[in-house]
Write a protein that binds this ligand. Structure first.
Ligand code: HEC
Ligand code: HEC
Ligand code: HEC
Ligand code: HEC
Ligand code: HEC
Ligand code: HEC
Ligand code: HEC
Ligand code: HEC
Ligand code: HEC
Length: 424
């Protein structure tokens, strides 16, 4: 019996579809059912040729059942050197400029990647293409980073592995392998990022304290962006972690004003790579104070800081006064619990104002300062009350001592009289 011609193509397709699950499950059942590439290369004497196979045991691709051919092509079922025949799709070692596109055959497709990992897929080839790295690869710069400079090659690890070069703790070292004066010799791009970062609050928190909430280079620059965050984005970038400051600043007149001048949000006052722990000395118009840097006297900003700056330092001084008065009362053995509680609340307002400052709204800042003042005044009043009580007690005590001494004196006199006897 001959099949009608019109059925042949659909039937062939059906047969192919029926065979697919079998092939897929075979692949799942034994990862790398056959990988002649690995077997032969592992046994080669030439270290250059054997190293990729030896490192592959730990490779994230190997662990997902992907063989050498995922990147290099060829026929893994052929145990001979002919497995590397270009006719069998073998591509050889990629030239440096072609590596990114080779990885992109899989990694540019979120749909393909989802089959291996249900987690949200973050890598974006489109983002990588916007990076200075990728753009310069395209024009033949041999020194910019491609995928393997940051991730390694054979023996590539997941970013979650603490040994991965892109694990957060290792990122600053990975970037600065190239972003240093020696490697960048002859270029105009600044190379002090790591030196500044290492001693910044962020660098110390991540590298010395192991605080994984502190940013590494990629948390500000993006994993694959490698561009300086642009003017508008900087406060957004910082604001992802410093929510309160970021939110207040976003609505402030300062942000709008700085943008007009072409200056950049947070980094104008804090710096970018070398962010240091801010001190209260920054709130000032002279010396280390930053307010006078932009506000010429007479301007709205200057008039505002002339109100805010002295009020801030006055609150701090008041809190200091309350603290020492309470300490004196405490040393004298008086009850200061309630006063200490008020002082703590006043101190919270001082902390609050350091953040509120970022709205650069005189009314809002003054409100916090006034509340702090009220609490500090109450703490001072409590301390004064305690000291007055102590004085009253001391006068009372002195009086009772006098009375006791008087009584003792009288008693002594009486006793002496008695000793002398009635006849004396
Ligand atoms: C029978 C052993 C054998 C098998 C099987 C084999 N290779 Fe090779 N491979 C070699 C040898 C030997 C060389 C060095 C050949 C040369 O220099 O021309 C080599 C070279 C290579 C190179 C480097 C080319 C270069 O010059 O830098 C790559 C990449 C490679 N093999 C990948 C594969 C892949 C992928 C497979 C499986 C599809 C595979 N090999 C299968 C033995 C083998
Ligand atoms: C994730 C992609 C990927 C996989 C999988 C992969 N390779 Fe490679 N391989 C590369 C890249 C990229 C290079 C070029 C290395 C470079 O430029 O540093 C390379 C280079 C090589 C070289 C040349 C090494 C040299 O120093 O000249 C050999 C040999 C090789 N691979 C063999 C293998 C074998 C064998 C496997 C499987 C065990 C394998 N590769 C799996 C991406 C891959
Ligand atoms: C044949 C498809 C394929 C190719 C080609 C490929 N990969 Fe992968 N890659 C995968 C799959 C599948 C995974 C595992 C899925 C996962 O962990 O999200 C993976 C995982 C990774 C991971 C680990 C992600 C993480 O942190 O968990 C990195 C990094 C990576 N690949 C980089 C590369 C680089 C760099 C290249 C090119 C040199 C490359 N891949 C080529 C398919 C591929
Ligand atoms: C300049 C360094 C650098 C370059 C170049 C680079 N990466 Fe990454 N990559 C990173 C960093 C950093 C991370 C993020 C680690 C983290 O999330 O903590 C990352 C994460 C990844 C992930 C995991 C993201 C996910 O959710 O699955 C994949 C996959 C990946 N990169 C693939 C690539 C590919 C493919 C290329 C080349 C086209 C490439 N990378 C180029 C530094 C780099
Ligand atoms: C393999 C070396 C290498 C590595 C690793 C590397 N870079 Fe680069 N990067 C370069 C080179 C080279 C340039 C181009 C500098 C130039 O000529 O302007 C560049 C450019 C940049 C730029 C653009 C600078 C500008 O204003 O033009 C940024 C931002 C950047 N890299 C960030 C990073 C970050 C973040 C990492 C780590 C996640 C990293 N790079 C890892 C070599 C590297
Ligand atoms: C806290 C955020 C942050 C971190 C962390 C950070 N950067 Fe930057 N980086 C910036 C900002 C913002 C700029 C833009 C500076 C400007 O134009 O005013 C920048 C600019 C750069 C540039 C362009 C040249 C320059 O200095 O202006 C390079 C290159 C660079 N960063 C690399 C790095 C490297 C490498 C690391 C890690 C050691 C790193 N960055 C860590 C925020 C950050
Ligand atoms: C990935 C999150 C993250 C990003 C992005 C980030 N920071 Fe931080 N920042 C932190 C953490 C965590 C600390 C606390 C470090 C410590 O333990 O001292 C910190 C500390 C600070 C401090 C010291 C204040 C304090 O109370 O410790 C300042 C100022 C600061 N960051 C400013 C910035 C600026 C400006 C940017 C953007 C250029 C920025 N940060 C981006 C997480 C971040
Ligand atoms: C006009 C200058 C200026 C700008 C712009 C600025 N800050 Fe500040 N920042 C300060 C001053 C002044 C302090 C207070 C220092 C102190 O008293 O400890 C401070 C303190 C901080 C603190 C520590 C707060 C605390 O509770 O001790 C963080 C975090 C911070 N800034 C982040 C940011 C972020 C994020 C941005 C951008 C959204 C930003 N700053 C923009 C001047 C500025
Ligand atoms: C990097 C420059 C810069 C620094 C530093 C700076 N400001 Fe400003 N400030 C501005 C700009 C720009 C404006 C908006 C234009 C204007 O009103 O002058 C502004 C406006 C203000 C306003 C709003 C004035 C109004 O019109 O209501 C206040 C309040 C203010 N600043 C307080 C301060 C204080 C306090 C400091 C010190 C902690 C400070 N500024 C430091 C640039 C700066």
């Amino acid at each position: 019996m001959r099949l009608p011609r019109i059925l042949i193509a659909p039937l062939a397709t059906l047969a192919l579809l029926a065979a697919l699950p079998a092939a897929a499950s075979a692949a799942r059942a034994g990862a790398n059912p056959q990988n002649s590439c690995l077997d032969c290369h592992r046994a080669l004497d030439d270290a250059r040729l054997a190293a990729p196979a030896k490192a592959f045991a730990e490779d994230v691709h190997g662990a997902h059942g992907l063989g050498c051919i995922g990147c290099h092509g060829g026929d893994p079922t052929d145990a001979d050197i002919t497995s590397m025949d270009p006719d069998k799709g073998f591509k050889g070692t990629p030239a440096r400029k072609d590596i990114a596109e080779m990885c992109a055959t899989c990694h540019a497709s979120a749909e393909f990647m989802k089959r291996y990992n249900p987690q949200p897929y973050i890598f974006s080839m489109a983002e990588f293409r916007t990076s200075v790295h990728c753009k310069k690869i395209a024009v033949g710069d041999p020194k910019v980073a491609t995928c393997t400079n940051c991730h390694g090659v054979h023996g590539m690890l997941s970013r979650k592995d603490p040994r991965s070069p892109v694990n957060r703790r290792n990122v600053p070292a990975t970037c600065s392998k190239c972003h240093n004066p020696e490697y960048m010799k002859g270029r105009t791009v600044p190379t002090n990022q790591y030196a500044l970062y290492r001693v910044s609050v962020h660098g110390k928190a991540l590298l010395e304290k192991g605080d994984l909430s502190a940013p590494a280079c990629n948390n500000c620059h993006g994993n694959h962006g490698a561009v300086p965050p642009n003017t508008r984005d900087i406060s957004l970038v910082c604001g992802t972690c410093h929510g309160r400051e970021g939110e207040l600043f976003a609505k402030s007149k300062v942000k709008a004003g700085l943008e007009l001048e072409g200056k950049r949000g947070c980094v104008t006052c804090h710096g970018n790579h070398g962010v240091q722990l801010p001190t209260d000395a920054l709130i000032g118009t002279t010396g280390d104070g930053v307010c006078g840097r932009c506000h010429e006297s007479g301007s709205a900003g200057a008039r505002a800081s002339d109100v805010i700056v002295p009020a801030f330092h006055a609150l701090k001084a008041r809190i200091g006064d309350a603290d020492s008065l309470l300490a004196v009362a405490d040393r004298l053995g008086m009850e200061v619990e309630a006063g200490r509680e008020l002082l703590k609340q006043a101190d919270d307002q001082l902390v609050n104002v350091r953040a509120t400052l970022h709205g650069f709204d005189t009314k809002q800042i003054t409100a916090v300062l006034t509340e702090g003042d009220g609490l500090a005044d109450k703490a001072i009043a409590q301390a004064r009350d305690a000291l007055r009580d102590w004085r009253i007690r001391r006068i009372g005590m002195a009086l009772s001592v006098v009375v006791i001494l008087l009584m003792a004196g009288l008693l002594a006199l009486r006793i002496r009289r008695l000793e002398r006897g009635p006849g004396a």
